[in-house]
Ligand binder design. Structure first.
Ligand code: B12
Length: 233
């Protein structure tokens, strides 16, 4: 399968690649994962690849694990392989120029799911944002300290487990009480936000995006509409 096939045949090709990628994950075969990722030759394709290939493959891994069709070790291996693929793709496209503002991307406390936040961070970096990616299961104090020091235009929080929605609420509430960073725009996303539609407003966030494609659209619009007074320093 070539990139040209992908462009000409649209979603059918992604479907084909998703099957190949899923099978490679199940087999624990990094080379075959990379062979699928080799079809990605632009940053916009990378975003589609995460949304149409990696994300559904990992969701299917979750289903297979829940049904008892694969072992916990296969699920761990699949996460690790997806992360290694993401590192490879990021290195392929990384550009050091920052044409947009600063963003912190972080998992909330007790949140061990990392891949969603990771690919959002990579996508925003390639969009020109100056990114600080904090990882998974980040304590409230670390998110607050980093936000105080880095003064991001945007704080992007990832929440997969519904049980961690309260962690997100706490992070946002503490941000709002710290005068220098109280007005930081907070964008949330992740499985828990997708299941509980609309809860992002209830926990005090300023925005929500369902997936990597919508997150990129949100951040582009946010940056275009940001008043000049907020661009400095
Ligand atoms: C891999 C995995 C794990 C790995 C994670 C390893 C790692 N390093 O990340 C490990 C083994 C740690 C794990 C642990 C657990 N897991 Co788990 N896990 C998964 C699995 C299979 C894949 C997750 C993934 O990588 N998805 C791929 C990414 C790309 O998708 P995504 O996270 O949804 O991200 C996209 C969007 O949501 C959005 N997004 C994400 N973050 C953000 C942030 C912002 C700002 C924005 C705008 C958008 C955004 O954009 C992303 C890209 O499009 C899912 C299955 C599933 N359906 O999600 C289960 C799943 C999430 N896990 C589940 C469970 C139950 C658990 C455990 C409780 C299991 C246990 N008994 O220990 C623990 C909980 C740990 C914890 N406290 O966090 C359940 C959750 C059910 C629920 N709704 O409550 C799921 C759905 C599996 C299932 N079918 O039952 N898990």
């Amino acid at each position: 399968m070539t990139t040209r096939d992908t462009e000409e045949n649209g979603s059918n090709s992604w479907t084909f690649q998703q099957e190949s990628f899923y099978n490679a994950l199940i087999a624990g075969d990094f080379s075959s994962c990379l062979a699928v990722a080799d079809n990605v030759d632009s940053t916009s394709q990378m975003i589609s690849f995460y949304r149409q290939v990696v994300q559904p493959s990992m969701y299917n891994i979750g289903e297979a694990w829940m049904m008892g069709n694969i072992s916990i070790s296969q699920e761990h291996l699949a996460s690790s392989l997806s992360g290694r693929v993401a590192s490879t793709l990021h290195a392929r496209f990384i550009s050091p120029s920052h044409t947009k503002g600063r963003v912190i991307v972080s998992g909330v406390p007790s949140e061990y799911h990392e891949l969603g936040a990771w690919v959002i961070a990579d996508a925003l970096e390639l969009e020109g944002w100056e990114v600080r990616y904090l990882g998974a299961n980040v304590p409230v104090s670390v998110i607050l300290n980093r936000t105080m020091q880095f003064r991001p235009h945007l704080l992007a929080l990832s929440i997969t487990m519904p049980a961690n929605i309260e962690s997100a609420r706490q992070v946002i509430s503490e941000i709002r009480q710290l005068e220098p960073i109280a007005a930081t725009t907070v964008l949330v996303g992740g499985n828990a936000m997708n299941i509980h539609q609309g809860i992002w407003q209830n926990i005090g966030a300023d925005g929500y995006a369902e997936d990597i494609e919508k997150a990129v659209v949100f951040t582009r619009q946010f940056w275009e509409r940001l008043p000049e007074s907020k661009l400095l320093p």
